[in-house]
Design a binder for this molecule. Structure first.
Ligand SMILES: [Zn+2]
Length: 420
């Protein structure tokens, strides 16, 4: 494929055109769809967008290559704004324990839970950690993700946390995908600091974060703010320290209980608060006022066999800009933003159009890349996917399958489904 090309005859070209910021309320329903749509790409960037006849009139005379979308959806590559892509091992055995009604604490006692993954990740040679993570990343690309946020948080020390962030950097060098690294040392209290969360926080702030900042290994810092993990005061301390080092902020907030995480996200001007199954009304209103994005992760309650999904409908109606992420992690091995969109519609009462906005433009804003990706507009990166369906409502409607036929990153085809 040449550097310059046209894509023509999309059944629906979803441009997501509009302001280069997260969309709110009814804006989330506006996909800027162009029937029989087309676009022109040059040097990895989108240079024109419109109906096929007008794009052909403007560009065909140059003899540029034409890709016929042949009645498929053409849309921005998915932005997966919340993942724990880098880890070693797996926890498939927990599925049977969950089915038998065992609690999270009982699963931990039977050798599962986050500390199992911390053990596996600490013990894994770097090559294994890289290859296990790379295989997942390849699958995410094949499902249409062209930008992926990735968190550390299974080392809970200095060496392995930094190894995880270095692995993210190496994956970004080796794969044609944009990775956004986040330091999540405050994912859980390190086993060495059991019962001493404040001392663990001091260790992170004094020993780990300055090194990460010096080597520019993380763009964001995230904290698991939850009853029994880190409370609001502890989370605030970590986040303010990260902010003073120039990192942007995210919070795992109000996932299992109302912990005032949403309020804290608004107070410290976090870019996003994630999960939000149980935010307070005050927290929701504070987020809406301060334009804090709500990153919703419907695969998490699904994999945990929980009924506690975030109320996406209500958050959107109250003015929180909502984004979506897979939350890929050893408890929730979900590599597909298409499946995530389907869950958002079926379990969080989001409309198909809102879920598409949440998985593209709003997720781009949640990782600080709203000016470069997330929509198909002049000047934006040519991160483009083709899905074998006539309209965007088919994405959530046809769950459990991969509709992607082609994935383009900065103007290069990086994955293509083989024709039968
Ligand atoms: Zn998470």
């Amino acid at each position: 494929m040449a550097d310059d090309f046209l894509i023509v005859h999309a059944s629906e070209l979803l441009t997501l055109r509009g302001p280069r910021r997260a969309r709110q309320k009814t804006e989330m329903s506006e996909l800027g769809a162009i029937p029989d749509g087309a676009l022109a790409v040059s040097g990895g960037v989108i240079i024109d967008v419109g109906r096929t006849d007008s794009i052909l009139r403007g560009h065909a005379a140059t003899g540029v290559e034409q890709i016929d979308a042949d009645g498929k959806i053409v849309m921005p590559g998915f932005v997966d704004c919340h993942t724990h892509l880098v880890y070693a091992g797996s926890r498939e055995f927990e599925l049977e324990l969950k089915a038998k009604g065992k609690s999270y604490m009982q699963i931990m006692q039977e050798g599962g839970g986050i500390y199992r993954t911390v053990r596996d990740t600490r013990a894994a040679p770097w090559k294994d950690l890289f290859h296990q993570s790379a295989k997942r990343l390849e699958s995410m690309i094949a499902h249409g993700s062209t930008t992926v946020e990735v968190k550390s948080g299974y080392g809970l020390d200095k060496t392995v946390e930094i190894r995880m962030l270095e692995t993210i950097r190496r994956l970004a060098e080796d794969y044609p995908v944009t990775l956004v690294p986040t330091y999540l040392g405050a994912h859980a209290v390190a086993p060495e600091y059991e019962g001493k969360p404040d001392q663990y926080i001091d260790f992170m702030i004094d020993e780990v974060m300055p090194e990460i900042s010096k080597r520019k290994l993380a763009q964001f810092c995230d904290v698991f703010c939850e009853k029994g993990v880190f409370n609001v005061e502890q989370a605030r301390k970590v986040l303010l320290a990260a902010k003073s080092l120039g990192m942007k902020l995210k919070i795992h907030a109000d996932e299992l209980s109302s912990s005032r995480g949403a309020e804290l996200a608004a107070e410290v001007r976090a870019v996003s608060a994630e999960h939000l199954a149980k935010p307070s009304d005050d927290g929701i209103m504070a987020m809406a006022r301060k334009d804090v994005i709500g990153a919703l992760l419907p695969a998490t309650p699904y994999s945990s066999m929980s009924k506690d999904y975030a109320d996406g409908r209500r958050l959107i109606d109250l003015g929180v800009p909502v984004a979506l992420g897979t939350d890929l992690n050893p408890n929730c091995w979900n590599e597909s933003m298409q499946f995530t969109i389907s869950l958002a519609c079926h379990k969080m009462r989001m409309t198909p159009a809102e879920a598409v906005t949440a998985a593209t433009m709003n997720a781009a804003a949640a990782v600080g890349l709203e000016k470069r990706v997330g929509s198909l507009e002049r000047g934006k990166k040519a991160d483009i996917i083709m899905l074998d369906a006539p309209t965007h409502a088919h994405i959530p409607y046809r769950f459990g399958t991969n509709l992607c036929t082609r994935v383009i990153k900065e103007g290069k085809t990086i994955w293509e489904r083989e024709p039968f």
